[in-house]
Design a protein around this ligand. Structure first.
Ligand SMILES: Cc1cc2nc3c(=O)[nH]c(=O)nc-3n(C[C@H](O)[C@H](O)[C@H](O)COP(=O)(O)OP(=O)(O)OC[C@H]3O[C@@H](n4cnc5c(N)ncnc54)[C@H](O)[C@@H]3O)c2cc1C
Length: 427
């Protein structure tokens, strides 16, 4: 099988890169073995939420420059703050063309309401999620936070109690309650199946839509705004829009415990765009090994096509971190299992010394979270001390930064993905 570009991993980074390349006429394959981090994420995209000293980031360009000075190994530092902003803006355009319905800008972060009622600084959020700018008060005074009877992945009382502790919500009267949705009774037999995705699937055909609308209106008890768990609308926001029109309320949805419909919807849209542009998805398959010609990758082999080489001019490693098995660990080593690329991390981290992987204070950033492959300013991957000419890395498989600590996971994914697409197109 011959392609212009073979991409390993179909998460945010792999799909974004694939779309940008297909749009410019490159024939790509994405080999993807399972769910991605997006399927568990909040639906908001973080570009840079915190600095290494823990302070919250508001102005993005200014703080990106500060970060690049403070952490020279961070992928943003390798690319430069200007490039990061320019690629972030390019992603905003792409998201708009995909109808991801995001609000926010690469100028400054906004606050989104998190599942337990605290506020998190972020770059882009679905417009169905409650957000506020800076210290501005939330525009609605009376808010009802409504869970679903029997559904445990969203706790309205906790959310309501915490919400009013934020300065932007102190003027609000927040009540909480539960929706009774008889259509979901069959899910109650098995608590493990009572998840956001199962709820959305059962309600998708709108068989008892009018009853649901009445239940929301009655439970809101006169509130202007209603916060619901993100359980309505499997593939896009159409269900929420229909509910909003029918209830005539300011309806918002909040991330639940995973799986996350907000993130899954985005991945579905990205994947559809990639395929509609002619890209090939090899789902359920994994890249297992590579063959090299000097400083180039010649081909990769996959688990399901183990007697057929996948040959390409360029290869993109978009396999994520430990969570997605893009990185793996054994007792005395952390490694990248397809190309066996060189591994790096934050200062003091050594991939062959497990005593450097963790900090003994549990709540501190953990050094293993910064592990990943070594790249240069072109995002080319280093193996045995040498940068490979046609192997690039994008997203969370890259080392040298802690996405959890800094709140920059999605930003690194899209910025490196669009950078690599440009690198390949410029060849
Ligand atoms: C639980 C969780 C919640 C998060 N929440 C947020 C959030 O709210 N906001 C935010 O900005 N960021 C969040 N992040 C971070 C952000 O989502 C990720 O940094 C970003 O989505 C990573 O994208 P990626 O494409 O690099 O990797 P991934 O999404 O991990 O995708 C990698 C893909 O590669 C596949 N793969 C791996 N190895 C192979 C192989 N050998 N062959 C084929 N396929 C392979 C995997 O199955 C997976 O589908 C979260 C991350 C996690 C883990």
């Amino acid at each position: 099988m011959n392609f212009d570009v073979a991409i390993i991993g179909g998460g945010l980074a792999g799909l974004t890169c694939g779309i940008a390349l297909q749009q410019q006429g490159k024939h790509c394959v994405i080999i993807n073995n399972g769910q991605a981090a997006m399927d568990f994420a909040s639906g908001s995209f973080d570009l840079l939420s915190r600095l290494p000293d823990g302070s919250a980031v508001e102005n993005l360009p200014e703080n990106l420059t500060a970060l690049c000075n403070a952490l020279p190994a961070h992928p943003y530092s390798l690319l430069g703050a200007e490039q990061v902003i320019s690629k972030a803006q390019a992603f905003e355009d792409l998201a708009q063309s995909l109808n991801l319905h995001l609000v926010g800008s690469s100028e400054k972060n906004h606050w989104r309401v998190a599942g337990l009622g605290s506020l998190r600084g972020t770059w882009l959020s679905p417009n169905s999620v409650p957000t506020v700018e800076g210290n501005e008060p939330f525009p609605h005074k009376r808010i009802a936070v409504l869970g679903i009877e029997g559904y445990h992945d969203f706790q309205p009382q906790l959310l309501a109690a915490n919400l009013v502790l934020n300065a932007q919500f102190t003027h609000c009267e927040v009540t909480s309650g539960f929706l009774n949705i008889p259509q979901l009774d069959e899910l109650r037999q098995n608590a493990r199946e009572f998840r956001s995705v199962n709820i959305a699937q059962l309600l998708e055909h709108k068989l008892a839509f009018d009853e649901l609308v009445k239940e929301i209106v009655d439970s809101a008890q006169g509130a202007e705004a209603v916060f619901l768990p993100a359980c309505f609308g499997l593939e896009n926001q159409e269900f929420m829009t229909a509910l909003r029109q029918a209830t005539k309320l300011a309806l918002f949805e909040l991330p639940t415990l995973p799986p996350s419909l907000l993130g899954m919807r985005q991945r579905i849209q990205l994947r559809r765009r990639f395929e509609s542009l002619g890209g090939l998805m090899m789902n359920g398959d994994s890249a297992v090994k590579a063959h090299f010609d000097g400083d180039r990758v010649r081909c990769i082999m996959t688990r399901l096509h183990n007697d057929e080489e996948i040959v390409a001019d360029n290869f993109v490693l978009a396999s994520g971190s430990f969570f997605s098995k893009g990185l793996m660990s054994e007792f005395n080593r952390i490694f990248e299992p397809v190309f066996y690329a060189d591994i790096t991390g934050v200062a003091g981290f050594d991939e062959k010394d497990r005593f450097t992987w963790t900090d003994n204070r549990f709540s501190n950033p953990q050094p293993y979270q910064s592990a990943g492959v070594v790249i240069n300013a072109h995002c080319q991957v280093q193996k045995s001390g040498q940068f490979l000419k046609n192997l690039y890395a994008v997203g969370n498989v890259i080392g040298g930064f802690n996405a959890l600590e800094l709140g920059c996971g999605s930003g690194v994914a899209v910025v490196t993905a669009l950078t690599v697409a440009d690198e390949i197109l410029a060849k």
